[in-house]
Write a protein that binds this ligand. Structure first.
Ligand code: AMP
Length: 314
């Protein structure tokens, strides 16, 4: 029995299913979580399915979360999507159910759960959920809303089919989702559009990015600067990919100072592997898209130096 078969059989066996995703959600976290919830609701109307994890931080055009009582976890199946490490799961009651399933496309550094389905070759966790549906189409129902959510997750994590993780399978599944007839141009626009404040911040990023001769890029966004542009941390997701458009930038990091004084580090690369750097600095992620934390400007400088080194080695 494949792990996908086991997951399907487990879903069939439980009356209550609670689906979690990671903190600071992005379109793939919400798309995979709520896309799966919608598929299960449509396929098994007698089951009670919840999607939990608190505020969706500006992504309310995608989905709303539900609240559940502690008692709802009794005898329930819990599924966590798009989350590599247990501490990053949004709503730490994820371990209060009768059985736990992890479905993810990040490196399996922490294989929590009774059943683990990890495919690091998938562009996104939403692609995995779409392929799960595609494999068991006779049992599972894809709705227009589920298709919209999964498509949003794929678009979000592939930079609208730009990043190397995009494969022929990604495009085939995206095409099957498009066949459901949701408004794709609308969801593309919603994911792509930025506020005036973020537009101004984008100008700052292009104007002030430091790029060395190896192609290592660095931008530091202090608290003072974020306040002067009127942006909050969650909005910086819209500017993380910008340095990649510059031809001589190979790998880069955006250091976002937090109110507590430490820096959230968002790293990206066009080739050299950067997630080992992230792991050394309280983070992790994909080989070409990772996140970490730096305690102070000294650790910021250290991380930048490590990026310069991996570029030189590559
Ligand atoms: P971000 O820059 O926040 O969009 O993160 C890029 C990738 O790195 C995502 O796939 C995250 O799962 C991963 N990531 C970000 N922050 C962390 C962290 N603190 N620990 C582990 N993985 C992380």
């Amino acid at each position: 029995m494949t792990v996908q078969e086991e997951i399907l059989e487990t879903i069939k066996a439980y009356e209550t299913i609670i689906i979690h995703r990671h903190q600071r959600p992005d379109p793939d976290a919400l798309g995979s979580q709520v896309g799966l919830a919608e598929i299960i609701r449509a396929s098994f109307p007698e089951k009670t399915v919840y999607q939990v994890g608190g505020p969706v931080e500006g992504l309310d055009y995608l989905a709303d979360m539900q609240t559940v009582a502690d008692t709802d976890y009794q005898g329930a199946l819990v599924i966590v999507t798009d989350t590599a490490n247990a501490p990053r799961i949004s709503d730490q009651r994820y371990d209060q159910g009768a059985k736990l399933i992890k479905i993810d496309h990040h490196p399996n550094d922490e294989p929590y759960g009774d059943l683990v389905w990890v495919n690091t070759k998938a562009s996104s966790c939403s692609e995995m959920i779409a392929s799960f549906w595609s494999t068991y189409q006779e049992t599972l129902t894809m709705t227009k809303e589920a298709a919209r959510l999964l498509y949003a997750g794929i678009v979000g994590d592939t930079g609208r089919f730009l990043y190397p993780a995009t494969t022929a399978t990604t495009l085939r599944l995206a095409a099957e989702l498009l066949d459901r007839g949701f408004d794709a141009p609308k969801i593309n626009r919603q994911i792509d559009q930025i506020s005036r404040s973020v537009a101004r911040l984008s100008g700052y990023v292009y104007e002030h990015i430091e790029v060395d001769e190896s192609g290592a890029g660095k931008v530091i966004l202090s608290q003072e600067l974020q306040q002067s542009f009127g942006v909050v941390d969650s909005e910086t997701s819209a500017i993380v990919s910008l340095p990649g458009k510059i031809e001589d930038v190979v790998a880069w990091a955006i250091f976002v100072e937090q109110p507590e004084g430490y820096y959230r580090v968002r790293m990206r690369s066009k080739g050299p592997v950067i997630n080992e750097i992230a792991k050394r600095h309280h983070g992790g992620g994909h080989p070409l898209a990772s996140g970490a934390n730096a305690a102070d400007l000294e650790e910021v400088a250290m991380i930048y130096q490590e990026i310069q080194e991996v570029i030189k080695q590559a």
